[in-house]
Design a protein around this ligand. Structure first.
Ligand SMILES: Cc1ncc(COP(=O)(O)O)c(C=O)c1O
Length: 502
């Protein structure tokens, strides 16, 4: 059935906004099976004319339903229904079959699903709120496809890409970093990496050389201070390349600078997430940033700035990178396209100057390029065409909506405090305020109980080094649809309410 034949009743005297009324009418039509999966909806202009609403109102309703997972919009082609009504078991996500790829990778309507091992398919019933997974629904985008077409057409080369990345991609990244992170740098300061882990491995090796006075000297062990709690993958990578780690207590305001300064002997470097601490979600104040840089100068240390998701801020503009305050070439800015595009491409960068920049380039020369030339060409094209900036804008709208859902559902629960809400795509549910034993226990029992009910979340203690202190859950809201998120939050509400009642 086409929407022209749908009984869309708009009450212009109602207090409910017109876009919300239209979204409700379309949602109802999908849920009662009037609109079927794969069916195209009219263009926003055609529907606006037929129901006599403004086009902006129709766009807002379509956006809302796309965010909830009912509709799929591809720029340049029809918006289609994504949900099949199968009696009471309806879920607002593309139907999964044995051949579908994974829970966070919905195939676009009409696409032929690739055959895949069952081992790789997430269990049907699990809603994955483990942090770190972005939404990739907006990536079905002509700019992305065109970038790859261009890259493949230009791939018949017999040489290897430069070790630090192609000039085209380094220039596009320098431009991106200037626009998105406020940092002016030259393409020569940029090193292309296969994501953050690859960047940290390179930095660990470069620090080994620097600790040995410049020559490759595997016997010199760099000491690197890390946030506690912090990013476990980073710790594993740095240890793997021979670093010795020192945990520094970190709270909602960022790393404890007095604790850092008290380390003896002083570390060669510190790894921080100043714009959105991982996982707690706070940010380091400008004063804290200046003090950190003063410490680094006095201690002759390097600051590794892991800037993994700063493009996503809610309510406030993204904070400029810490590296923008650096005047002595001590900060290595590590960025990743895992959140702004997809972790599937494994691509990121380091911006580094001075001794560290030189040491990093020597490491890269020895190891060779870590990202294929085809991929670098595609990503460069995507950045140059403005495709990435548009994708960030689209996906930010989705995240803002889901973040609001988390606040509305979990915010009012007694004994629970939500943290890390200003940015990124995860939130911390602090449970220290729950009464009695529940407030003193780490959240692993809650994690296990949620898993039994088909919801995957992480415990704050999974991120701790020394295990001091805070208890709670870490929830990622990037990848699930609104309906999946809503169902998962209902499970968590049950569990947290029961914990509060004990
Ligand atoms: C703190 C932190 N840094 C960086 C990343 C991105 O890592 P990669 O670029 O290796 O995908 C993540 C991903 O979840 C993260 O949580």
């Amino acid at each position: 059935m086409s929407t022209h034949e749908l009984p869309i009743l708009i009450d212009r005297r109602s207090a409910l906004p017109l876009a919300a009324q239209l979204a409700t009418a379309l949602r109802t039509a999908i849920l009662d099976g009037t609109l079927r999966r794969g069916e195209p909806l009219p263009s926003t202009r055609a529907l606006a004319d037929s129901v006599r609403l403004s086009r902006g109102t129709v766009v807002a309703a379509y956006d809302q339903l796309a965010g909830e997972g009912y509709l799929h919009s591809t720029p340049g082609s029809a918006t289609r229904v994504m949900v099949e009504r199968h009696g009471a078991a309806t879920v607002a996500r593309p139907p999964q079959s044995d051949t579908e790829t994974s829970s966070t990778e919905p195939a676009p309507p009409g696409a032929t699903p690739a055959r895949q091992s069952r081992d790789d398919v997430a269990p049907r019933s699990v809603i994955d709120l483990a942090p770190g997974h972005p939404s990739t629904r907006t990536l079905v985008d002509p700019a992305w496809t065109a970038a790859w077409r261009f890259a493949v057409a230009a791939s018949g080369r017999s040489d290897s890409p430069p070790a630090t990345g192609t000039l085209q991609l380094r220039a596009a990244i320098a431009d991106h970093v200037r626009r998105a992170r406020g940092l002016t740098c030259r393409p020569e300061d940029v090193i292309v990496t296969a994501g953050t882990s690859d960047a940290l491995a390179g930095i660990g090796l470069a620090l080994t050389d620097l600790a040995g006075g410049g020559a490759p000297a595997p016997t010199h062990t760099p000491r690197i201070a890390v946030e506690d709690p912090g990013y476990p993958t980073a710790r594993r990578v740095l240890r793997r390349v021979g670093a010795q780690l020192e945990a520094v207590h970190t709270d909602d305001h960022g790393i404890d600078l007095a604790g850092l300064a008290a380390l003896s002997p002083g570390p060669h470097a510190v790894l921080v997430t100043p714009s959105h601490q991982y996982p707690l979600g706070g940010s380091l104040s400008v004063q804290g940033r200046l003090d950190l840089l003063d410490w680094a100068r006095a201690a002759d240390a390097v600051v590794i700035e892991d800037d993994y998701d700063s493009e996503f801020r809610f309510g406030t503009a993204p904070l400029p990178a810490l590296a923008t305050l650096d005047t002595s070439g001590r900060v290595a800015l590590v960025g990743s396209f895992s959140k702004t595009v997809t972790p599937w491409i494994r691509c990121g960068y380091i911006v580094a100057t001075g001794d560290l920049g030189r040491a990093l380039r020597l490491v890269r020369d020895d190891l060779g390029p870590s990202v294929s030339g085809v991929q670098q060409a595609a990503l460069a094209r995507y950045l140059e065409s403005g495709g990435l900036a548009r994708n960030v804008t689209r996906v930010r709208r989705e995240y803002a909506h889901r973040r609001a859902l988390v606040i509305a559902k979990l915010g009012p629960l007694p004994g629970v405090r939500l943290g890390g809400l200003d940015g990124g795509l995860h939130v911390v549910v602090h449970t220290d305020g729950l009464p009695g034993a529940a407030g003193r226990a780490d959240a692993s029992a809650l994690v296990a109980a949620a898993a039994e009910r088909g919801v995957r979340v992480a415990a704050l203690t999974d991120y701790a080094v020394l295990g001091r202190g805070q208890h709670g859950l870490v929830l990622g809201y990037g990848a699930p649809t609104d309906l999946e998120l809503s169902r998962a939050l209902d499970v968590l509400i049950d569990l947290l309410t029961a914990a509060a009642a004990h």
